[in-house]
Structure formats: C-alpha cells, structure tokens
Design a protein around this ligand. Sequence first.
Ligand code: FES
Length: 213
Amino acid sequence: MRDREERTRSGPPEGSPTTSGFNRRDFLKGSGAAAAATALVTATETVTAQDVKSNVRSAEPQKVTLNVNGEDHTLEIEPRVTLLDALRNDLSLTGCKDVDERDAAGADTVIIDGKAVLAGSRLAIECEGQKIRTVESLVADGNIDPVVASFVKHDAQQCGFCTPGFVMAMRAFVDKNPKASDEEIREGLGGNICRCGTYDGIMKCALELTGGA
Ligand code: FES
C-alpha cells in the first residue's frame, strides 16, 4: 500500500516503464529534443524575419544604378518603376517599345547578362549589378551590328514597332545558337510578335545569320 502511494506522488521509479510503454528517461530525452527543435525553428524564423526586413525597401524614390550599354547611370526612381520605364523615361532610350501591358509582343526586349528579357517585366531596381543592352548599342560609333544590317537587307519591317524587340531577341538568340536550324529559330524567336506579318523577312535574316541561307 505504502509502495503504491509513493508511486502515485513521485511517479514510477527511474527507468521503469509506464502503462503507455514510456519511462521517465524516454520522456526527458523526448522533451530535450522537442526543446532543441523549438529553438531551431525559432532561430530559423528569426533569420527569415531578418532577411525579409533587409529586403524591404521604402516606396520613396531612391538611387538605383543601372549599367546600360556599358555605362553606369544612377537614377532617382521609385522601386515600382519597371526597367522599360526607366530606360524610356529616365534614360531616353526609346528603342524598346511599350506596346501592351501584358508584355505579349516582345517589343520591349533587351539583353540582360546575355539573355533576352522583357524590360516591362522587370523592376529597374532588380537589374542593379547586371549588364543591360538595348537596341541602341547595336548601332554605335559608326558600327552597325550584323543583325541590324540583315533586317535592312531583307526589308524585315513595315511599321517598325516590333523591330527593335525582334532585333534584340535575334541578337541574343544568334549569340547562343550560331548554327541554329530552321525549327530552332522559330522556337527561339517565338516570344516576339509582328502584327504587320514580316515573319518571312525576319526568317531570312535569322537563316542568313546562322548560316542556313
Ligand atoms: S513591322 Fe509592324 S508590328 Fe512588326
């Protein structure tokens, strides 16, 4: 009886199993692991919160430095400004066109770190530290880029609104695929649209530049 009362007050002796199959040592081990896991989660949450905090920017205009066509330009712009607007409105580089809000036509194509990118789909602030090329860079210091020369040669434009985007998309594509096939060209330039339907001339340019014509 006495033995039964002591067990009721102080719990089972060290190491003896409980009715659920756990003993006190197991419980202590388990609670230690739980405490460590809680500490880890808390630490992770703290780091995450700090990371988020360091990424939060004020909505006020701030200095953003863009490297465009080999030159650094420091602008005072709001974080919400797209690269397209920064290029056109702040740097007067109007070659890339603002055709549609959904960026479906590709007329705003620029090259960032070697890749064709829609300038309207990027915030200018995201592009700090990257090398941005616009169509203006293809005709500079009296030199005409072969892509531009080919567009002229094959009369690959009508209204010309899509042309700068196509030229930049083709420049990036040919740089990466200098010997592309007909099918690869169609796929590679599929993100750009010409409402005037100058695809025949554009295809001739691409084939000429990739050695297919
Ligand atoms: S030349 Fe007019 S949209 Fe392409």
